[in-house]
Design a protein around this ligand. Structure first.
Ligand SMILES: O=C1O[C@H](COP(=O)(O)O)[C@@H](O)[C@H](O)[C@H]1O
Length: 256
C-alpha cells in the first residue's frame, strides 16, 4: 500500500480488547519513559468518548507510575465541569475512581464558566504557561475518531477550522455532534506533538479508517493529522482496522 505520508506511521490491529489495551499500555510506557529521561513531566493530551475506558484499562493493567504525568484535553465540551457531557468529568468519574493515585490537580482543565471565546483563549494561555513556550510540544496525544472522520472537535462540516495557522485552541460553535459548543486543539498544536496515537474501535469506523489511514482522504479532518517531527500510530480493533489486518506493524515513511 503506497502512501504520501510524511511522518512515520505505525498500525497495530488487535483481535481482542485485551490486546488492544496492551498495545496502548506499550505506547504509554514507551512515550512516558522517553519523556521522563529528559524532563520532569510527561505531558499527554486526552480525547474523550471511547478512549476514557480504554485508557483507564491500560493504566490499571500496566501499573505505570503516573505521578509525573500531566493530562490536558485535546478537546473539551463547553459545559459545566460536572456535566455528564464534559470530557473532564468522564475522566474524573470513570478513571480517577479506579486510579486513586492520579490527582485531580494533574488534569489541566478548561474554564467553562467564562465565555466560549475566552475559554478557548484561556486554555491556550494555560498550555503556553505550563510548557513555558508559545510552541508547545506534547509528548503524546491520544486521539479518537468518529465515524465521520472527525478528531478532537475538528469536523468535516467545518473545513475552515483546518486552515487555522495561528491559534493553538479554537472555539467551536454548531458542532454537528452534540453538544454544539466546544473548544479544540488546532492542527498546528496537534502536528507539533512527538507522538500522536489514534485509538479507534468498532465496525462503524472501518470504512473511515480505510479512507483516512490508507487513502489519506483529506475530506476527513483526521487525515490532516501528520506530526511534523513525530510519529503517528493507529491502534485499532479488528473491526475498525480490518483494512490493515495482517499488517500488525505497517510502516510507511516516504519523503516527497
Ligand atoms: O465528540 C467526541 O468524539 C470523538 C470520538 O469519540 P468516540 O466515542 O467515537 O471514540 C472524541 O475523540 C472526542 O474527544 C469527543 O469530543
Amino acid at each position: 500500500m503506497s502512501s504520501n505520508r510524511k511522518c512515520r506511521f505505525h498500525v497495530n490491529v488487535s483481535d481482542t480488547e485485551d490486546k488492544l489495551v496492551q498495545s496502548l499500555s506499550d505506547v504509554l510506557k514507551r512515550c512516558s519513559s522517553q519523556a521522563l529521561e529528559n524532563a520532569k513531566t510527561f505531558r499527554v493530551g486526552l480525547s474523550g468518548g471511547s478512549l476514557v475506558q480504554l485508557l483507564t484499562s491500560a493504566l490499571v493493567s500496566s501499573g505505570l507510575d503516573t505521578k509525573c504525568w500531566q493530562f490536558f484535553f485535546c478537546d473539551e465540551r463547553y459545559v459545566a465541569q460536572d456535566h455528564n457531557e464534559s470530557t473532564y468529568w468522564a475522566y474524573k468519574t470513570q478513571m480517577l475512581t479506579k486510579l486513586p493515585n492520579i490527582l485531580d490537580s494533574q488534569f489541566i482543565k478548561a474554564d467553562t464558566s467564562v465565555s466560549l471565546d475566552k475559554c478557548a483563549s484561556d486554555y491556550a494561555e494555560r498550555i503556553v504557561n505550563e510548557f513555558g513556550t508559545s510552541c508547545p510540544v506534547f509528548d503524546l496525544l491520544l486521539l479518537g475518531m468518529g465515524p465521520d472522520g472527525h478528531t478532537c472537535s475538528l469536523f468535516p462540516e467545518q473545513p475552515a477550522n483546518l486552515a487555522e495557522t495561528e491559534r493553538l485552541i479554537i472555539p467551536i460553535r454548531d458542532s454537528p455532534k452534540p453538544p454544539p459548543e466546544r473548544i479544540t486543539f488546532t492542527l498546528p498544536l496537534i502536528n507539533n506533538a512527538k507522538d500522536v496515537v489514534f485509538v479507534v474501535t468498532g465496525a462503524s469506523k472501518s470504512d473511515v479508517v480505510k479512507r483516512v489511514f490508507a487513502g489519506m482522504d483529506k475530506k476527513f479532518p483526521s487525515a490532516w493529522v501528520e506530526p511534523t517531527h513525530g510519529q503517528l500510530t493507529l491502534i485499532a480493533d479488528s473491526a475498525a482496522g480490518e483494512t490493515f489486518l495482517g499488517q500488525t506493524c505497517h510502516c510507511a515513511h516516504e519523503t516527497n
